[in-house]
Design a protein around this ligand. Structure first.
Ligand SMILES: C[S@@+](CC[C@H](N)C(=O)[O-])C[C@H]1O[C@@H](n2cnc3c(N)ncnc32)[C@H](O)[C@@H]1O
Length: 154
């Protein structure tokens, strides 16, 4: 299994980048004993060419056969344990996974249609850099849930 975080846009030095790095580092440590690999982050820049050009870059960055989970406000509002269960299932199937965060115009409709899972963090639109922080935190939370550690409480 390989785990990819494919993002349109670059994170500059700053608090969001520090938080993403911290959570992904925690995820890598927590995932070690769970058969979950460290996350590979791919940042894409279509240089303002728009959603369709970004969609083509995203499609090229996703390994063939990988499960594609997109972040999209129109997606499903799943719980953190549900997300952990998806991650655990993909791991058990030895399936590569690509988590995709779109750019300012969102993710191209044809890619959205092809997604195995569309995850919503609520009906409001968040900036891509905050979504990246939230995904990194949810990955760490998922690993904690799969490990049975007390980080996640309901
Ligand atoms: C600034 S938003 C773009 C919103 C755009 N208007 C759209 O139609 O998707 C950039 C990216 O952040 C992610 N995103 C923003 N809000 C989200 C939410 N509530 N749930 C999940 N992902 C979200 C999506 O991947 C989106 O493509």
């Amino acid at each position: 299994m390989k785990l990819h975080l494919v993002c349109v846009g670059r994170l500059r030095k700053g608090p969001e980048k520090m938080m993403v790095e911290d959570y992904l580092d925690r995820f890598a440590k927590a995932g070690r004993g769970l058969g979950l690999p460290p996350v590979t982050v791919t940042e894409l820049d279509a240089k303002g060419a728009g959603m369709i050009a970004e969609g083509e870059l995203i499609a090229r960055a996703i390994p063939p056969g990988a499960a594609m989970a997109i972040l999209d406000e129109r997606g499903r509002r799943i719980t953190s344990p549900d997300f952990a269960a998806h991650l655990g299932d993909w791991r058990d199937q030895a399936r590569d996974v690509a988590l995709v965060i779109g750019g300012a115009d969102g993710i191209a409709p044809d890619l959205r249609d092809r997604a195995d899972l569309a995850i919503s963090f609520g009906a409001m639109v968040w900036p891509h850099m905050l979504v990246r922080v939230m995904v990194a935190e949810q990955l760490y939370r998922a690993a904690s849930i799969l490990a049975g550690s007390p980080y996640h409480r309901v």
